[in-house]
Ligand binder design. Structure first.
Ligand code: COA
Ligand code: AMP
Length: 633
């Protein structure tokens, strides 16, 4: 890259996006280089590089081998829960992906077909994703912590030809059998995939259903390697479902060409990496962080990526991250602040860092939720390293705001994600669509067009994309987050403005939980919202009004509600608290006052809205919450 400044990149990307991004596109390898920049896609998003042809898996693997990286480690699987550390070189990973692509082709998977992947953090999850990409098929990875109901909803929406899964995952010391969850999901789903391919793990073997289920190892071993299939730049690479404001998750569609260009650019500009270095995103392949920065970006850029099957604590202790950084000579690490809050809680003085040589580590990157200043300060003090917050979403696939260290480093401001990334013209708008003053909070928006790498649309639902993101402020993408910019143009993202919450860096919908709670026969009405939590950032809380004469005690109902949400969404929802109240505060027009409820539950001063129908309700709810009874589950 030329020695150019942030300002230069930002301005060029804003003034002539096509010229700027075609220049960046020329830095990756295509089968047919694009000449077109962006155009509006039928799905509502921007189609970038439609006339270009490439294959993302070839770019991430074969092209690296051709460039002389065959012997370099591509993927290190570090699994404290099984005691295994395994390294796959670029040559080995290429070979396994080509074979698995052959296996999938043998099951009838071809260009444009969908494949759902429901797997723990094992190399085969990455191999499965890249094998799909090699065939021009579209993968849809579902996070392993989701329950069968969630998996079934995604299966019905994506209509996969094949499902890839494993016999089990391991949560610290608990073996979680995945196959019964998969079977339950397939029973519920209306769509029936042709085949399921199951990785048998020694911790729990699964029973395979003759005619539908295949043993992964046998299938891969017997397959002939498949060649990469050229696809157009704007063809979909994957669908990743994320929580919206209702129970129906949104299938964010990502393209091949724009994504590859954005991934490559971001490794350099956002993360300041060099090919050959080791990058560790401590997340899960089921989230966007895993897609972008465990799998695609590090490989497309020629780095070594680390796949960590463990937790920040308890596997075995709060020194796990420092051990991994030292052992694998990690150069940059990325995780969610909640992970470091968990470490700080167990090891406040950082004693577990002792004995580890962390000199390899250049920078720490945090995202997924707001980096709260105390966690920032702790990390800064303990490591003395650049601690860089950056803000992004499943929809954008890479950072909307960051400290662009590959171009220049700006001073770190606790609580700020720093500057809009080149390509993202961030503006803060008030409810009338007017620009906010510096320091004034509003809706964080991005002026159209979005740069390469952002969503092409919502799978099968262009209208939802238009209504949810584009309609509120014409000409802008609505992020759903609220925040402000200061006098120096630094971005501060304060939290969601809708029914999405962030629990331990996991994005969840309170709207969906509310639908589940409301469906209980004893519940007359309810509100589920996020309350502040020291460790996980937010936790959902349900306030419930029971039907008169429902025949159940408050405690019974609350316990059932907790069990229902866990069964339908999954353990990851962390819905552990429901409280029965007499009434919910509403405006005179009947709208529940969620903001007041949240402030109340957070123990903050509640500004009693003038529109409230009966102010005494708030005092009653506070008493219930303080008592911690009245149906606390
Ligand atoms: N498969 C099955 N179950 C899973 C799971 C998976 N992949 N991931 C989480 N769960 C379960 C957990 O076991 C837990 O179950 P429990 O209620 O029976 O104890 C529940 O879901 C809640 O999980 P979580 O919120 O992750 O809590 P935790 O106590 O296990 O771990 C943290 C807390 C902070 C250590 C952990 O969430 C973490 O490391 N988060 C940061 C990293 C991250 O993944 N960020 C994502 C985006 S960057
Ligand atoms: P996800 O789509 O799961 O990546 O979640 C995206 C949401 O997480 C954003 O809309 C924000 O609400 C929140 N988020 C992610 N990164 C940050 C950050 N650095 N600061 C504040 N909020 C963040």
């Amino acid at each position: 890259m030329n020695a150019s400044s942030y300002q230069d990149h930002f301005e060029r990307a804003a003034l002539d996006p096509d010229a700027f991004w075609l220049e960046q596109a020329a830095r990756i390898r295509w089968f047919q280089p694009p000449r077109q920049g962006h155009a509006e896609a039928a799905s509502g998003g921007q189609a970038w590089f439609s006339d270009g042809e490439l294959n993302t898996a070839w770019l991430a693997l074969d092209a690296q081998v051709e460039a002389g990286r065959g012997e370099q480690a591509a993927l290190i699987h570090d699994s404290p829960v099984t005691g295994v550390v395994q390294t796959l070189s670029y040559a080995e990973l290429t070979e396994r992906v080509a074979r698995m692509a052959g296996a999938l082709a043998g099951l009838g998977v071809g260009r444009g077909d969908r494949v759902v992947i429901y797997m723990p953090m094992v190399p085969e999850a990455v191999i499965g994703m890249l094998a799909c990409a090699r065939l021009g098929a579209i993968h849809s990875v579902v996070f392993g912590g989701f329950a069968p109901h969630e998996l079934a909803v995604r299966i019905d929406d994506a209509r996969p030809r094949v499902i890839l899964s494993a016999s089990c995952g391991i949560e610290v010391d608990r073996v979680i059998a995945y196959k019964p969850l998969l079977d339950a999901a397939l029973e519920r789903a209306r769509h029936a995939p042709r085949a399921a391919v199951i990785l048998q793990r020694p911790q729990a073997r699964a029973e395979l259903l003759a005619g539908r289920d295949h043993d992964w190892a046998a299938l891969e071993a017997a397959a002939a390697p498949a060649d990469p299939v050229p696809v157009r730049g704007s063809d979909p690479l994957y669908i990743l479902y994320t929580s919206g404001t209702t129970g129906k998750p949104k299938g964010v569609v990502r393209d091949n060409g724009g994504h590859a260009v954005a991934m490559h650019y971001s490794m350099e500009v956002v993360y300041g990496m060099r090919p050959g270095e080791v990058f560790w995103a401590a997340s899960d392949v089921g989230w966007v962080v895993g897609h972008s920065y465990i799998v695609y970006a590090p490989l497309i850029y020629g780095c070594t990526t680390l796949l960590y099957e463990g937790k920040p604590v308890r596997t075995p202790d709060a020194g796990a991250f420092w051990r991994v950084i030292d052992q694998h000579r990690v150069n940059a690490m990325f995780t969610a602040p909640t992970a470091f809050r968990a470490i700080r809680k167990e090891d406040p003085d950082g004693e577990r860092m002792a004995g580890h040589d962390l000199s390899c580590l250049k920078r720490l990157f945090l995202a997924g939720e707001r980096l709260d200043p105390p966690t920032y300060e702790w990390l800064k003090q303990r490591t003395g390293l650049p601690v860089l917050d950056h803000w992004w979403q499943t929809e954008t696939g890479w950072a909307i705001a960051c400290n662009p260290v590959g171009l220049e480093s700006f001073p770190e401001k606790p609580g700020s994600a720093t500057k809009p990334t080149p390509g993202f013209q961030v503006e803060i708008l008030d409810p009338d669509g007017q620009p906010c003053r510096p320091g004034q909070q509003g809706a964080v928006c991005v002026r159209q067009p979005l740069p390469p790498g952002c969503l092409l649309g919502i799978w099968g639902d262009p209208e939802r994309f238009r209504l949810g993101y584009l309609e509120t402020y014409p000409g802008y993408y609505l992020s759903g987050d609220g925040g402000y910019m200061d006098e120096e143009g630094d971005v501060f993202v304060m939290g969601r403005m809708d029914d999405v919450i962030n629990v331990a860096g996991h994005r969840l919908s309170t709207g969906e939980m509310e639908e589940i709670v409301a469906a209980h026969p004893a519940v007359a009405e309810c509100a589920v919202f996020g309350v502040a939590d020291e460790l996980k950032g937010q936790l959902p809380l349900g306030l419930v009004v029971l039907k008169d004469g429902c025949g159940q005690t408050a405690d019974e109902v609350c316990a059932e509600l907790v069990a229902r949400v866990r069964a339908q969404v999954g353990a990851v929802a962390c819905f552990r608290r429901a409280v029965v109240v007499q009434r919910l505060p509403k405006t005179r027009s009947g709208k529940i006052l969620r903001r007041a409820l949240r402030d109340l539950a957070d123990g903050q001063n509640v500004e009693v809205p003038s529109t409230i129908d009966d102010p005494a309700i708030l005092a009653e709810i506070r008493t219930r919450l303080d008592r911690g009874s009245g149906g606390d589950a």
